[in-house]
Design a protein around this ligand. Structure first.
Ligand SMILES: CC(C)(COP(=O)(O)OP(=O)(O)OC[C@H]1O[C@@H](n2cnc3c(N)ncnc32)[C@H](O)[C@@H]1OP(=O)(O)O)[C@@H](O)C(=O)NCCC(=O)NCCS
Length: 160
């Protein structure tokens, strides 16, 4: 099914923010939550969020199937802070489309490096990041909690 990727304008789309926040709570355990609340995070000036929607039949009804959140750490470096696709919509290419769109966004801002943290146990995510050229930089023990570690991964544009 054709997917459309759009940028969230949190000032105009309160309902969308609520819907994506519900998705976030369903998909991620508390220890992987962002330091601020998701809604606060979305509204930060140096953050952005792209979401993927598909049409679900007539009358213009759509379903949000996933989202990617990023933030600008500096003028040269961005971070992917969240990437998620609804469980029953996975393995259809939506996650890859979202990540490609976020990377494209970074490229248009002249960002040189995109980094992220991911739990090594999230194998689909690690494989997706590797597929799009991310490399593992560091293994960080107890990053999310006492028993949950992280890979720090990065994508360098001028290396490609
Ligand atoms: C990671 C996630 C976003 C992938 O979304 P998706 O829409 O299912 O992924 P896609 O269908 O676009 O797959 C793209 C690539 O990802 C990898 N991949 C995705 N799911 C995979 C799986 N179950 N097993 C192996 N590889 C997988 C593959 O490399 C795949 O490419 P391929 O189809 O050529 O093999 C999704 O699994 C998810 O939301 N997981 C829970 C949240 C999470 O872990 N987020 C990342 C940490 S913030």
């Amino acid at each position: 099914m054709a997917v459309v990727i759009e940028e969230l304008d949190p000032r105009k789309s309160t309902e969308l923010v609520e819907e994506i926040t519900r998705l976030e709570k369903k998909i991620f355990p508390k220890h992987e939550s962002l330091s601020r609340s998701f809604e606060q995070e979305v509204r930060r000036k140096n953050s952005g969020l792209l979401y993927a929607k598909i049409s679900t039949g007539g009358r213009g009804s759509v379903e949000i199937v996933g989202y990617v959140m990023y933030s600008w750490i500096s003028s040269l470096c961005a971070s992917i802070t969240k990437l998620a696709v609804k469980e029953n919509c996975r393995r259809k290419g939506y996650g890859e489309e979202l990540l490609r769109a976020a990377i494209h966004k970074c490229r248009t801002r002249n960002i040189q490096r995109v980094c992220l943290h991911v739990d090594p146990e999230r194998i689909p995510a690690v494989l997706l990041y590797k597929k799009l050229g991310f490399q593992i930089d560091e293994f960080i023990e107890c990053y999310y909690s006492a028993d949950r570690n992280a890979y720090r991964m990065y994508l360098e544009f001028n290396e490609q």
